[in-house]
Design a binder for this molecule. Structure first.
Ligand SMILES: [Zn+2]
Length: 109
């Protein structure tokens, strides 16, 4: 996935801005190689907002398939699959069992 043009909030460089994992909420984090600061670009720059992600997660927990959720929310089901994959990495150890089972059933992990 190509990153939109982003600039470091500290040194304002636009080059060497690399992905540095995700926040617990699922937002992309960026690391600036010039000044070593880490930051999260505004949600508009990384795509869908948290509300839609959570809605997708809840629908998944209700038993909808990724394709059904994709149709309901008008989002590519592969995008939703990516979100689910992100959540399995960040949810606390008690919850994710069921979610990672689902992800496994969906062939994500
Ligand atoms: Zn910087």
């Amino acid at each position: 996935m190509a990153l939109p043009t982003i600039s470091c909030p500290k040194c304002h460089q636009t080059s060497r801005q690399t992905k540095a994992g995700f926040t617990p909420a699922g937002s992309q984090r960026i690391k600036c190689a010039h000044c070593s600061c880490r930051y999260t670009p505004t949600p508009q720059e990384v795509g869908y907002d948290e509300e839609i992600r959570l809605q997708a997660l809840h629908l998944r927990l209700d038993g909808f398939t990724l394709r059904e959720i994709g149709r309901l929310l008008k989002i590519n089901h592969q995008t939703i699959a990516n979100w689910m994959h992100d959540y399995t990495a960040y949810l606390p150890p008690t919850l994710p069992e069921s979610i990672s089972d689902m992800a496994r059933m969906d062939g994500l992990i």
